[in-house]
Design a binder for this molecule. Structure first.
Ligand code: NAX
Length: 327
């Protein structure tokens, strides 16, 4: 049987954590033959540490055959020790009335600290996924704070946007969601992201031709996908948690185990592809194989797509400028 791998999860006592940990421990992320050791991080606050203890009791009570160990931590330097995977879920999302500078300062502190800790103690091959918002910029901060780790090890979660877009297209066309291929989401995990189905196919047929309604694309599809997070908060009174956890599982599973040629979306540091400046943590269509992702090249960018890409890029470079002084 395989040797256990170490999976660190931050914000482990939060609502995404509660929807995520049980699926990792049951083998849905890394395979039904891969034992895992969970290294869970929460803030030192007594309430959070107690909540984490409760979650760990429940993990134990599942008696998962693949769960080879579970640890509670309050310091990233111990939580990230030798870790092979790191899911950075805990962060400070923007609250009501919170100033942008305050948001960036709080997250800057969290993700510089965690980036430095990964740099110091994680496996040199660690695969990092940042879920906590603003996810792309938090991933950028962590990457910049970990100069001894390969840049390509740092990613941000765009998969929820990708899955939301696929589900909207399935509903519109009346086709099964699993039949959709070659969907891409470009840019920031925010309402500015650009979900692009120009190349998408269903059973080999063009989705664009099937829908044949550019007005629907611009006036219904893009705003629906872009504002889906807000719609869920409005309906549920809480932000997306189970779907976010599911997207995190999808992202890590595909990165680790491959996509068999299928396109998925990951936020990854640019190397200049599609004119995006180097290091910008940008949503790109990728395929994964052998534990590595590869950007899908050669996609034609038409005028409308370029406008959308420019807009989401501008938002990301503004966010990056806002944290420059921290790095
Ligand atoms: P919760 O508030 O339920 O949980 C967050 C947990 O993180 C809390 O238990 C908190 O104590 C902990 N935490 C805070 N700072 C920490 C630190 N420095 N180290 C370790 N733990 C820390 O939020 P939840 O609903 O679980 O959402 C978590 C994050 O995911 C938020 O930032 C949220 O905005 C973001 N999301 C990102 C999505 C994406 O697609 N990228 C979608 C869903 C979600 O909105």
């Amino acid at each position: 049987s395989k040797k256990p791998v170490r999976v660190a999860v931050t914000g482990a006592a939060g609502q995404i954590g509660y929807a995520l940990l049980f699926r990792i421990a049951s083998g849905e992320m890394l395979g039904k033959d891969q034992p895992v050791i969970l290294q869970l991080l929460e803030i030192p606050d007594e309430k959070a540490q107690n909540a984490l203890k409760g979650v760990i009791m429940e993990l134990e009570d599942c008696a998962f055959p693949l769960l080879a160990g579970v640890e509670a931590h309050s310091d990233p330097m111990s939580a990230f020790k030798d870790t092979d995977y790191a899911l950075l879920v805990g962060s400070r999302p923007r609250g009501p009335g919170m100033e942008r500078a305050e948001l960036l300062a709080v997250n800057g502190a969290i993700f510089t600290t965690q980036g430095k800790a990964l740099n110091a103690v994680a496996s040199r091959n660690v695969k990092v996924l940042v879920v906590g918002n603003p996810a792309n910029t938090n991933a950028y901060i962590a990457m910049k704070s970990a100069p001894d780790l390969p840049r390509k090890n740092f990613t941000a979660m765009l998969r929820l946007d990708h899955n939301r877009a696929a589900s909207q297209l399935a509903a519109k066309t009346g086709k099964p969601v699993a039949s959709i291929e070659k969907l891409a989401v470009w840019g920031n995990h925010s309402p500015t992201m650009y979900a692009d189905y120009r190349n998408a196919t269903i059973d080999g047929q063009s989705v664009k031709a099937l829908i044949n309604d550019e007005q629907w694309n611009r006036e219904t599809f893009l705003p629906t996908v872009g504002k889906r997070g807000a719609a869920i908060i409005a309906a549920r009174g809480l932000s997306s948690a189970a779907s976010a956890a599911n997207a995190a599982i999808d992202h890590m599973r595909d990165w680790a185990l491959g996509t068999n040629g299928k396109w998925v979306t990951m936020g990854i540091p640019s190397n200049g592809e599609y004119g995006i400046p180097k290091d910008v943590m940008f949503g790109y269509p990728v395929t994964c194989e052998g534990g590595e992702y590869k950007i899908v090249e050669g996609i034609t960018i038409d005028e409308f797509s370029q406008e959308c890409i420019n807009k989401t890029l501008k938002e990301l470079t503004d966010e990056q400028d806002g944290v420059k002084h921290l790095l």
